[in-house]
Design a binder for this molecule. Sequence first.
Ligand SMILES: *[C@@H]1O[C@H](CO)[C@@H](O)[C@H](O)[C@H]1NC(C)=O
Ligand SMILES: CC(=O)N[C@H]1CO[C@H](CO)[C@@H](O)[C@@H]1O
Length: 323
Amino acid sequence: MIPSLLRFLWSIVAWFLGPILRLMNPKHNLPFAHPSRPPPDPNLFPRYMQNKQGIWLRWTEWSPRAAPTAVVFIVSGRGEHAGRYDSLAYTLTAEGYQVFSMDHQGQGGSEGDRSYVERFQDYVDDTQAFVKRIMTLRYGLSQLPKFLIGHSMGGLISVHLALRDQTFWNGIILSAPALEADPKVATPFMKAAASLLSDFLPKLGFEKLGVETLSTNRAVVEFAQQDPLFPGERLKARWGFEMLKNMDEVWEKVNQVKFPYVLVHSADDAICSINGSRKFHSLNQSSDKKLVEYSGMFHELFTEVNRHKVFGEVLEFIARRAK
Ligand SMILES: *[C@@H]1O[C@H](CO)[C@@H](O)[C@H](O)[C@H]1NC(C)=O
Ligand SMILES: CC(=O)N[C@H]1CO[C@H](CO)[C@@H](O)[C@@H]1O
């Protein structure tokens, strides 16, 4: 009661202070990267690309021993970086697939304000530009079947990306996608407050998410606690508002979804509820779709003790469509 009252009073104060706060938090306050800045030496930093905002984004690739038979793009979740997908990527390269992943702006080895984005669609634009760049650089790969694997926030990015060009991808794999906020948290009042703060204090930090409920695999949690590239930044106002807005957009467009997909999600996921995945799956969209529910696993199915079961689903999905 008291926190919501304070939030409400704060919204009123913020309303009056708006013009001043706007000046203090300019909307297009670019991070330290700038388009006029010379690019890093490509010989020293070959795996960087510059996005439309001038931010340098780092990417990673994993190659199979022989000529690849399919190409897979991994879209990581909030605060993450490509290195957290080594185990999944090696599993894919062992099957003969070429794998790529780019660290989102504000995350991992990429530039940008930590855990901040001006517009959620900037993540989608960056990912689309990255895919396009790889397909141009490695012309041979563009002839191969293409797959997208999105985890958590990366799942939300992947749905938006796939909707832009549904025939480009041979299949989409969604792992615990962030499609729906907990209705107990995202109340209409909270949404209104988030909208206000997103305008007036976009970089205001909120909750800090712990890593304990990422995986039941203790080794993964302990590693995450010490990973300097995964520092567990506070959620920021603009980021939160943009997430909510883009989740809502999924439900407006869900009946347009035609792309083949497999959804993997655990009923014991405390970070992204399985409810969103069940709802997405129940609304008729694609004729080629599958939802696999697990229990006893947490949010990161790809790092779980029993991840081989999840990898099995992913490999089977790709193998069937990579011909
Ligand atoms: C998920 O759905 C169930 C059943 O409708 C509900 O009881 C539960 O509160 C929901 N959980 C979240 C996080 O939305
Ligand atoms: C349950 C449902 O709405 N099914 C529809 C899904 O889409 C196909 C093709 O558009 C329809 O034939 C089904 O009736």
